[in-house]
Ligand binder design. Structure first.
Ligand code: ACM
Length: 548
């Protein structure tokens, strides 16, 4: 009898859940659905009371988005009473908020501007899809379901990385991706600006970076309809001007997204060395911008003080453009062969009593992160900076870098944590899933060429566990977040970028926000089916495999 009762209760809960009227992704930490709804009124007031400008601006932005999509004439006012009431409270976690909707109106409590922003994002997301899509429709009924939400993110770092070196994407296209990040409450845009195949950031002191360094001699395109082909034309120069980088920073800031520039060094540096071969290990040897993927043996000559100064000058210029607290200097996949053959490097290794040539990289990383620290920036690194055999952990760790662990992901993250370093998990590929969302999500015939074998499905991405239960509890606080990472060796066009990234970006967003025990793939599938309307309204391309 008792077990019969339990079965009834569980299946009712399942049904209620499935029929939820609240379409929110990522799923909130706690949510209780009520009865009825609150219908939005044309002259609705968002009352921000005596909140300072830094908080009330969230009300103004919400009202502007809402009115533009609905034709309502809501206003944000410094009154105490209104259909939506905002109140600052001291007991909400950073980025957290409490939202109560009943038949009389809406109450929002938060402690920070980010908290209010996420509450307003939730409000927009619960309305018809055109509101989040920012497309005008004044004929719909606009109402919120009655609900109580208490929400905060699981991780403070919720990232998306885009490689714009292998192929270039315009600011307009970046904004489309940033809109998705904001809709799903992601908060760090990691902008991989340089690599072997192209330098994409204007640097005033070194103009050849964005002429020679931003132009590849040829280009491979994977067209979603025509297949893969070489253009046999120069590709570029493609780069972002200083003003365009500032524009992206500002666009992100309005959405509570911090931009992290990445200048990958001392490896993955061929485009820079094509422009300034004097900073390579073999200056008389001509170097051209790469057209294919892989790892080059051409790397920065870290034993040449002028080459090191060049790298610092580049970082200094970008530190002035990117106001955020972080700077990523890569450090992945850096062969030491060219250093072994170079007299300066041989001399430095000997004179400083290093055990191996990898220590040259650790020494360089320390010097660059000292420099970044002097500019008020924290260094971010790929995991090889600590996991590559022969690395000098003490030197690399000195300025407390954050380690982005990709391969071997869990081992790298654990090693970072054991050494007192914070880590961001961005799994390359494992038996249980991947956060490299450029990899093929299906091996069906007709799938465009791409990285991977097609087993990195949305479901495996969603179900990947970023912090396994085996991680000792005292180390878990070092796992500060997770990231969806997107490389573009195969991806040259906006439609293919979106097709691969969506909806896996949302799967990672939910893993970043929702507690592990609150996740459920079937419910995610249901909510993504509803979100197709928003994606379709904005003309996004997205993988449809999970909907079949
Ligand atoms: C990487 O995928 N090379 C960080």
């Amino acid at each position: 009898m008792k077990s019969f009762f339990i079965v009834i209760v569980l299946s009712m809960a399942g049904n209620l859940y499935a029929q939820s009227l609240v379409n929110l992704t990522p799923r909130p930490k706690q949510m209780t659905e009520g009865q009825g709804e609150f219908e939005l009124r044309p002259q609705m007031i968002v009352a921000y009371g005596s909140l300072p400008d830094s908080l009330s601006i969230e009300a103004a932005r919400f009202v502007s988005d809402l009115n533009a999509a609905t034709g309502l004439q809501a206003t944000a006012q410094s009154r105490k009473e209104g259909a939506i009431r905002m109140q600052q409270v001291a007991d909400c976690p950073p980025e957290g908020y409490r939202l109560t909707i009943d038949s009389k109106g809406v109450s929002i409590e938060a402690g920070t501007s980010a908290g209010f922003f996420y509450a307003f994002q939730s409000l927009k997301k619960m309305l018809p899809a055109n509101v989040m899509a920012r497309t005008y429709d004044n004929k719909k009924k606009y109402a919120w379901p009655c609900v109580t939400i208490q929400d905060e993110p699981r991780f403070r770092y919720r990232g998306f990385m885009l490689d714009v070196s292998r192929h270039f994407f315009t600011v307009e296209q970046l904004k489309r991706m940033i809109d998705i990040m904001a809709a799903y409450k992601m908060n760090h845009f990691h902008w991989h600006l340089t690599d072997d195949q192209g330098w994409r950031a204007e640097i005033q002191a070194y103009p050849r970076l964005t002429t020679v360094g931003a132009t590849a001699p040829n280009c491979r395109i994977t067209d979603m309809k025509r297949g893969t082909y070489w253009t046999n034309q120069p590709y570029g120069p493609h780069f972002y001007s200083r003003n365009e980088m500032r524009e992206v920073v500002e666009y992100c800031a309005q959405r509570h997204i911090t931009v992290i520039p990445e200048v990958d060094m001392p490896g993955h540096f061929v485009a820079a060395l094509a422009a300034y071969p004097e900073f390579s290990c073999n200056p008389t040897h001509p170097i051209t911008v790469w057209t294919e993927g892989g790892v080059s043996r051409e790397v920065l000559n870290v034993a040449n003080p002028r080459a090191v100064q060049f790298a610092k000058t580049v970082l200094a210029e970008l530190c002035d453009i990117f106001p955020g607290p972080y700077f990523h200097i890569g450090g992945d996949e850096c062969p030491t062969d060219a250093w072994k053959d170079n007299a300066d490097c041989q001399h430095l290794v000997k004179s400083e009593g290093m055990q191996n040539f990898r220590e040259l990289q650790s020494r360089f990383t320390e010097e660059m992160s000292d420099f970044l620290a002097s500019r008020g920036k924290r260094t971010l690194l790929w995991n090889e900076s600590i996991t590559a055999k022969g690395s000098d952990l003490a030197r690399v760790s000195k300025n407390h870098p954050i380690i982005f662990s990709w391969f071997p992901c869990q081992e790298g993250a654990l090693m970072a944590a054991r050494n007192g370093l914070q880590t961001v998990v961005t799994e390359f590929h494992s038996a249980t899933g991947s956060y490299y969302i450029n990899r093929k999500q299906s091996n069906q015939p007709g799938e465009p060429d791409g990285a991977g074998k097609g087993d990195d499905t949305v479901e495996r991405c969603y179900n990947y566990v970023p912090v396994p239960a085996s991680v000792p509890s005292e180390l878990q606080p070092f796992y500060i977040g997770i990231q969806a990472t997107f490389w573009c060796e195969w991806v040259a066009t906006n439609d293919y970028l979106e097709y691969l990234a969506l909806p896996r970006l949302m799967a990672v967003a939910e893993a970043a926000w929702t507690p592990q025990e609150g996740k459920d793939f079937e419910d995610f599938r249901r909510r993504m089916s509803l979100d197709r309307e928003m994606l379709d309204l904005r003309g996004y391309n997205y993988g449809k495999h999970m909907f079949k």
